[in-house]
Design a protein around this ligand. Structure first.
Ligand SMILES: [Fe+2]
Ligand SMILES: [Fe+2]
Length: 203
């Protein structure tokens, strides 16, 4: 596989898409690029030296949300990705890529998922937390015509339940550690935002 060429394909197919009305144009391209890097970084922590499936994880990550909006997007995405990548991957690689995409959305706790499926599942979740979570939250309220107070209210009333639910879907202890570190950062940020949004200060 030529990753540079395939990244070009991802850019061509995803960068100008508006898959979410309240996120930036090309979100699924940028998200896919981050998930690919996260997946490799997670793999290095979990399975140091085991590089055999890095390339299929990277390509699957690039395209995992290609069918976003046509639900279930994991199922349709695996079909669309096969078509886009048909001339660029071997049939074995296509099979592995399609499998990863097919299983990224519904993460029942199953023991028969391979590591490359589980790592991309966790990378996908982890990209939605930390500073990226704040970025998406601000984008959301900006598009909705919301105010700073709306964002403050979200973190006060809804964030914890949402975070807890998503956290329970992670596969690996190291993913939980990464999640918790991000979560702490977001909570500290939200506490400060609530204070400053009310005209108070930290000192
Ligand atoms: Fe997805
Ligand atoms: Fe995703």
């Amino acid at each position: 596989m030529d990753l540079e060429v395939i990244q070009g394909l991802a850019s061509k197919h995803l960068r100008s898409r508006n898959a979410h009305h309240n996120r930036e144009q090309g979100f699924i391209y940028y998200h896919g690029q981050r998930v690919a890097k996260l997946a490799v970084n997670l793999r290095k922590r979990l399975l140091p030296g085991e590089t055999t499936f890095d390339q299929v994880m990277i390509v699957a990550s690039y395209f995992h949300d290609v069918a976003k909006g046509i639900e279930p997007h994991s199922k349709f995405g695996s079909i669309v990705a096969r078509e886009i990548l048909a001339d660029y991957c071997t049939s074995e690689e296509l099979e592995q890529i399609a499998t990863i995409i097919r299983h990224h959305q519904f993460r029942e706790k199953r023991n028969d998922y391979s590591d490359c499926v589980k790592i991309v599942q966790d990378a996908d979740i982890l990209d939605h937390f930390g500073s990226v979570e704040i970025w998406m939250n601000f984008q959301h309220y900006a598009h909705e015509g919301g105010t700073l107070d709306d964002s403050i209210a979200f973190y006060r009333d809804d964030y914890a339940t949402h975070a807890q639910k998503v956290r329970s879907l992670l596969n690996y202890p190291v993913s939980l550690q990464i999640f918790d570190e991000k979560d702490t950062f977001v909570r500290e940020f939200a506490a400060r935002m609530a204070l400053e949004g009310n005209g108070e200060f930290m000192l």
